[in-house]
Design a protein around this ligand. Sequence first.
Ligand code: COA
Length: 322
Amino acid sequence: MIRSVVMGTGSALPARRVSNAELAETVDTSDEWIVERTGIRFRHIAGEGETTATLAADACKAALAAAGIDAQSIDLIVLATATPDQTFPSSATKVQAMLGIDDCVAFDVAAVCSGFLYAVQVVDSMIRSGVAKRALVIGAETFSRILDWEDRTTCVLFGDGAGAIVLEAQDTADADGRGILTTKLHADGRHNELLYVDGGVSTTGTVGKLRMKGREVFRHAVTNLASVMTESLAMAGLGADQVDWVVPHQANARILDATARKLGLAPAKVVVTVDQHANTSAASVPLALDVAVRDGRIQQGQIVILEAMGGGFTWGAAVIRF
Ligand SMILES: CC(C)(COP(=O)(O)OP(=O)(O)OC[C@H]1O[C@@H](n2cnc3c(N)ncnc32)[C@H](O)[C@@H]1OP(=O)(O)O)[C@@H](O)C(=O)NCCC(=O)NCCS
């Protein structure tokens, strides 16, 4: 049996790091409010020349270096984003060109904050069916470019960044039990109006700005995340007590706490980067994963669960023996 094994992780952040205090100079908010309600202290904001694709390419270079894998051997690139460089071509093909890969399959996936989980399931399916052997799975965003900086209820919550993983097809006999064990995705399009962008190519012909009913999103997030984590663990035949690390979508520290509590998971097992990165949408899970791999918390062979929920709504989880 073939499994998709994580060979390396990487991430990239824009150079400019903005504190809550700096934001409060131009937005009617305070460090105290943001920290208390969200846990966020900093976010990175893309500057001139930094785009979703450039951040994604930098994250991929770091992931390939960590894996010790040459870019030319990559046969599939899937990039999750809601903030592509252009309407078309896909940002994935821009990344392909930036990495100097002559030929591969490359496309974008749009599922907003759960985009990375959607991309992981798509790539895992393509690897297990024999279509791809070595893939880059990326979450990359420049949400700062769709924020309404006059709307304090949303603009303080988001940041820019990218994260990537290299997945490789390995026979389970050789992989020592490592690899993606299960993935589970959901969508419920009835909740479109709770979290959306008020523009688009075929409606207004504009890019639009992010709009969110935060309180309602919060309620759905905790319920949906706890339930999809339980589902994906059950599919893997594992209990919550067997999880070594939870790498959640980093939207709000209170959502992370409430979800972990619901599953009876110790807070120490939850990787938290929302304080440093804010909500980077599809980038948040692979960014947090890379932080915890590089600081030595996540070790080979451990059980790691990834989870995310976002606009649509869409939500999902993946269980990996790392
Ligand atoms: C957005 C969120 C942080 C707001 O927290 P909350 O505790 O629900 O706060 P409320 O929206 O009820 O607002 C409380 C008060 O703070 C005020 N407020 C909102 N944003 C503020 C800000 N940046 N600074 C200061 N005050 C602010 C509101 O105006 C409101 O004031 P009022 O009571 O006088 O009307 C929270 O709902 C949340 O995190 N939701 C989920 C968001 C999310 O995860 N989205 C992404 C999913 S992918």
